[in-house]
Write a protein that binds this ligand. Structure first.
Ligand SMILES: Cc1cc2nc3c(=O)[nH]c(=O)nc-3n(C[C@H](O)[C@H](O)[C@H](O)COP(=O)(O)OP(=O)(O)OC[C@H]3O[C@@H](n4cnc5c(N)ncnc54)[C@H](O)[C@@H]3O)c2cc1C
Length: 535
């Protein structure tokens, strides 16, 4: 069968492309997704995040290679395996990043991707309750909800503590003032997840020129000489091929997009030779430049009730459930990451370089992936940090030429001195904030790492033993001008090939300073415009 556009991966980016490319009715579009539909109610209810965290039906549940700098631990890397992708299972925190994140993209040979260029796309994609303004959009498909005014009362204690220490406050991390403590926005509408699947794809499903195939694992891109001519998938055990009249667009995310390219013969020639894959194009940067945010939590026991108290009792759960059903508000309508912000680890930083989360509950992520996420059995809360712009770079590599084998993920965490220094800065910042009078007055004890962990070495060791991914893998098919160091050009076309683009988190030249979902949605909106301009 032949379509104008074939999109591989119905994730955060792929659903937007499917909508935008099929909207005019002029082009036929095929959207291929390895997972199933997002019909379960748990994708709608924000608290469903916990249900999907270790759910092998809807989550690829990848693990990294053992990380040398993290005590050789294999770090959990959940990825959505369902319509909507990771955008269907994520924590919905909506932060664009700092202006200089995108100015650095532009400086990497990507004119047209500086902050002033991408801001119109951020505005286009969102429906913000404050309406149209310099920084916000009021009529886009993705609904944004500020959690301000709805968060657990303990979040106000955090904000007061930061204020006591003289830190600035930000009313809106996506507005003119990024730096400071504040309350996060989430991408929800009336207490329900506003994913690109719900906001873009569902309303487009009745279009006759849009076809969606589920349980269709893309094995490889097919080429005629140096033009991508179609795609080969395995669906319910049967191999099927589809032809593309105009373009094949890879949207399988930062782990699977480079994997598909490598399986298709577009990668470093030595890697391809090792796996007996015929060479289509020697592109050594495919799979390189992998980045992520690495975080660690500090756990506290409080002398006032926290969300732990409500979530630990059946009556508390019942009350929260009833509130959600009746008003679509309350803890079940929100992310667990409610307060936080962006801070400078020391005075010499030109920009905020640490992101913080203050959660009104505390939970340990169970190591056993058959267990579920449960609050700690006391009134607790946690404070968590990650460096905003880590400089460690890792890679994605196929382990065989079998598309059913997961790729090897090596983020190479904490492999630069800058990243190590920022871990110390972040650890010291946590302790400083917790010494603020407001926070001291509600804290019984630091449960973890605990007061015995005091020196820089001990704090670093705690981080090495306990840190985890905050699930922002990106950069593995970076956009840039240098064909040895990047994979796509500024129009998102794969270097040296025709009819093949990448539109997902893998094209980030550098990770953004906040959570990555918003920037992926922007990339998809701008990518759709670029594709339609060339149609
Ligand atoms: C648990 C979790 C929590 C997160 N929390 C937040 C948050 O609060 N805020 C935030 O900003 N970001 C968050 N993120 C990150 C954010 O969701 C991702 O950055 C974003 O979804 C990436 O979008 P993408 O389109 O690149 O990939 P994805 O959304 O992952 O989509 C890729 C799609 O491709 C499909 N696919 C993969 N391989 C194939 C194949 N071979 N054939 C066919 N289909 C394939 C996948 O099944 C998936 O549907 C979180 C991520 C996770 C996993």
């Amino acid at each position: 069968m032949t379509y104008d556009y074939i999109i591989a991966g119905a994730g955060a980016a792929g659903c937007i492309l499917a909508n935008r490319l099929s909207a005019s009715g002029k082009h036929t579009v095929l959207l291929l997704e390895a997972g199933g539909k997002d019909s379960s109610l748990w994708f709608k209810i924000p608290v469903g995040f916990a249900k999907m965290y270790y759910n092998p039906t809807f989550n690829w549940m990848y693990y990294s290679q053992p990380q040398k700098q993290l005590n050789n631990r294999e770090i959990y890397a959940p990825r959505g395996k369902v319509q909507g992708g990771s955008g269907s299972i994520n924590a919905m925190i909506y932060v664009r990043g700092q202006a200089h994140d995108f100015d650095d993209w532009a400086a990497n040979g990507n004119d047209g991707w500086g902050f002033k260029d991408v801001l119109p796309y951020f505005r286009k994609l969102e429906n913000h309750p404050s309406g149209e303004s310099e920084y916000h959009g009021g009529s886009g498909p993705i609904s944004i909800t500020p959690m301000k005014g709805e968060t657990h009362p303990i979040c106000d204690v955090f904000l007061k503590g930061c204020d006591e220490l003289g830190y600035p406050q930000s009313d809106d991390f996506n507005g003119p003032k990024f730096e400071g403590s504040g309350i996060y926005d989430v991408n929800t509408k009336d207490g329900q997840r506003s994913s690109s699947s719900f906001a873009h794809l569902h309303p487009a499903l009745s279009r006759p020129n849009l076809t969606v195939e589920h349980y269709a694992l893309v094995d490889r891109v097919l080429f005629e000489n140096e033009r991508a001519s179609g795609i080969s998938v395995t669906q319910h055990g049967v191999v099927r091929t589809f032809q593309a009249r105009k373009e094949v667009i890879l949207c399988a995310g930062a782990v699977d997009t480079p994997k598909i390219l490598q399986l298709s013969g577009v990668a470093d020639q030595a890697l391809l030779a090792r796996h007996q894959i015929p060479l289509v194009k020697h592109l050594p940067a495919v799979g390189q430049n992998l980045q992520d945010h690495l975080c660690a939590s500090y756990y506290y026991k409080a002398n006032i009730p926290t969300l732990n108290d409500q979530l630990s009792s059946l009556f508390g759960q019942f009350k929260l459930g009833l509130k959600y059903l009746l008003t679509r508000k309350g803890a079940l309508a929100m992310s667990v990451n409610q307060a936080g912000g962006f801070f400078r680890g020391n005075e010499s930083q030109a920009n905020p370089n640490l992101q913080l989360y203050f959660n009104p509950l505390s939970y340990q992520i169970p190591k056993n992936n058959k267990a579920s996420l449960k609050p700690e059995p006391y009134s607790g809360f946690l404070l968590c940090f990650n460096p905003c712009r880590p400089t460690s770079r890792g890679h994605i590599e196929i382990q065989s030429n079998n598309p059913r084998d997961a790729a090897l993920i090596d983020p190479n965490y904490l492999s630069t001195q800058k990243d190590i220094d920022e871990v110390i800065q972040g650890s010291r910042l946590m302790r400083k904030i917790m010494r603020a009078p407001a926070l001291k007055s509600i804290t019984v004890a630091e449960v973890l790492p605990g007061p015995a962990v005091e020196s820089d070495e001990q704090m670093l060791q705690y981080f090495r033993e306990n840190s985890g991914s905050i699930y922002h893998l990106c950069g593995s098919c970076a956009m840039g001008a240098d064909v040895l160091k990047s994979v796509v050009d500024k129009r998102l076309k794969v270097h040296g090939l025709d009819g093949l683009r990448i539109v997902d988190a893998s094209i980030f030249p550098n990770v953004t300073s906040g959570n990555t979902h918003a920037a992926v949605l922007m990339v998809a909106e701008k990518g759709a415009d670029l594709i339609l301009q060339d149609a």
